[in-house]
Design a protein around this ligand. Structure first.
Ligand SMILES: CC(=O)N[C@H]1[C@@H](OP(=O)(O)O)O[C@H](CO)[C@@H](O)[C@@H]1O
Ligand SMILES: [Mg+2]
Length: 522
């Protein structure tokens, strides 16, 4: 180990005192001004991860997604574009907080039996935040202690995942941003051609003033026509402010600067473009089409294609406790597709989805994707169609496996998949909104002394600690028709979240407020 380099480099990235860092639902996330040492250390960890895996390419993404402009964050991406395995998360947390960094690195190297000479490439991307460029430099500094860094500058999070995967697996696509664009636009164009659709795919997207904006501009070429609003990435103070997928989903209202025409579809990305939600207005009414809707739309579209292609496949939809109760009912009773529940955070949903031939996973907030198993792709490729209809369905399915990001939720590819599903099925946004009627639901954020005191079970739907609290929630819920409420600690913010739903909006608000009151002593 080049201890001199490690100590010299780490001396340039002093850890702030009195701050504890935790690798949570989506890596480290806090004020950007506090993160220099953490990002440097994550850089070191990423190159060690690469060494551990015999030199495979690893990714580091600098972003705080939908968080406010002053925040930032960092996460590590594994070779096939998956999240860092949970067994390595404690190493990340330990190194970030270590007062004996060099010793702890040495212990990790010995404990995991890592040959640091094996450290290979780490690709790095960042969102558009003010602190991102300096944090990117800290990451590179850390990576270069043992390995090699390649910075791609501004990227969406899913583009970084794509790049990691394509560096390790050339069949996945060209390892460049241009390769990502070509793969995406190529699949869209080919699907439109198969279905003889002449008009381009058109929509207005609120890009949250984030990195999705320039990336959408790059992609907006024949046959894709996108109008981007909230695309001010130069003004660093407006990222995610009164706009973006999280704002629209949480407040259930239009973002700033979108002036909709009635019954027309609009969409919002989050700050790093891995979440997308849709909506339309009808008079004074605002209709949100969230991640639950995207899952049902794509699953039913794919199901139809499977039938047309005469292909048998095991499909499942993966949800979290935040999925609307009526979406679950619709999937189980009308679509007759099995539903699984996992804890919050795409890493959990992603793993569950891998158990199916086709695993459709979306968090209600619009973060998700559709995974196709290698076996299924192989059988789609090998199948000899016996009619033109069958052939078109088979080809469309194969192109969807190219279009839809197989590594992580991706606003851009999800956007196109949704627009294609609607267009091919001649379905309007109003039809889509009528698939099922959502139960009124509300999300609350409660500040508590210690969010880590809140421990859950049953895919986070029940509290096991603090003792006795779940029984009180159950007693409240029992009084409301179709009532449901649960409490869990956020993994990205210093708060506890409360979710409520019920048959009427008034009941939903009252139930949620009462559950929030139960948290006052904590
Ligand atoms: C209710 C909610 O939307 N929670 C979000 C949020 O996690 P929390 O652990 O709830 O803070 O951020 C995660 C990362 O983006 C996302 O995966 C998750 O769905
Ligand atoms: Mg995000």
């Amino acid at each position: 180990m080049s201890t001199d380099t490690l100590s010299a480099a780490s001396a340039r990235h002093q850890k702030p005192s009195k701050t504890t860092f935790t690798y949570g639902t989506a890596g480290f996330r806090t004020l950007g001004s506090l993160l220099d040492s953490t990002v440097f250390r994550v850089g070191v960890l990423a190159s060690l991860r690469s060494a551990k895996l015999g030199g495979k390419t690893i990714g580091v993404m600098i972003t705080a997604s939908h968080n406010p402009p002053q925040d930032n964050g960092v996460k590590v991406v594994d070779p096939l574009g998956e999240m860092l395995p949970q067994t390595w998360e404690p190493y990340a947390t330990q190194l970030a907080n270590s007062d004996n960094f060099e010793d702890d690195v040495r212990d990790l190297v010995a404990g995991e039996n890592i040959d640091v000479e094996q450290a290979g490439l780490v690709v790095v991307g960042m969102d558009t935040r003010e602190t991102s460029p300096q944090l990117l430099r800290a990451a590179v500094d850390g990576i270069e202690v043992f390995g090699r860094a390649k910075s791609f500058g501004e990227l969406t999070t899913p583009q970084l995942h794509y790049l990691v995967r394509s560096h390790n697996d050339p069949a996945f696509g060209e390892p460049s941003e241009d390769g990502y664009n070509k793969k995406t636009v190529g699949a869209v164009a080919e699907i439109l051609r198969l279905w003889n659709i002449q008009d381009p795919l058109e929509i207005t997207v609120d890009a949250a003033n984030g990195v999705g904006a320039p990336k959408l501009h790059n992609l907006s070429r024949d046959p894709i026509k996108i109008t981007v609003v909230n695309d001010s990435t130069h003004d660093k103070s407006v990222l995610n402010v009164e706009c973006g997928a999280d704002y629209v989903k949480t407040n259930q209202k239009l973002p700033a600067n979108v002036r909709p025409r009635d019954r027309q579809l609009y969409s919002s990305f989050d700050g790093d473009a891995d979440r997308v939600v849709f909506y339309y207005t009808d008079g004074s009414l605002f209709h949100l089409l969230d991640g639950d809707r995207i899952a049902t739309l794509l699953a039913s579209f794919i199901d139809k294609l499977l039938q047309q292609a005469k292909v048998q496949a095991k499909m499942g939809i993966i949800q979290t406790a935040y999925a609307n109760g009526n979406s679950t009912k619709y999937v189980q009773e009308t679509l007759q597709i099995p539903v699984d529940f996992t804890p919050t955070g795409v890493k959990h949903l992603h793993h569950k989805a891998q158990e199916y031939d086709i695993g459709v996973y979306f968090e209600a907030n619009g973060h998700g994707t559709v995974l196709f198993s290698d076996n299924l792709i192989k059988s789609l490729k090998n199948k000899q169609p016996s009619s033109p209809e069958e052939e078109r369905a088979l080809k469309t399915l194969l192109l969807l496996t190219e279009l839809i990001n197989q590594t992580v939720g991706d606003s851009i590819s999800d956007l196109f998949a949704v627009l294609l599903a609607l267009r091919i099925q001649n379905k309007t946004c109003v039809d889509w909104g009528r698939d099922y009627i959502e139960l009124p639901n509300k999300l609350f954020k409660v500040l508590v002394k210690d969010r880590f005191a809140f421990k859950t079970a049953d895919a986070e739907r029940r509290l096991v600690e603090p003792a006795g609290l779940q029984a009180k929630i159950d007693a409240l819920v029992a009084a409301y028709t179709r009532g449901r409420s649960f409490v869990r600690a956020s993994g990205t913010e210093n708060a506890v979240r409360v979710y409520s739903e019920a048959a009427s909006a008034a009941d939903c608000a009252e139930l949620g407020a009462r559950v929030c009151q139960l948290l006052e002593p904590y």
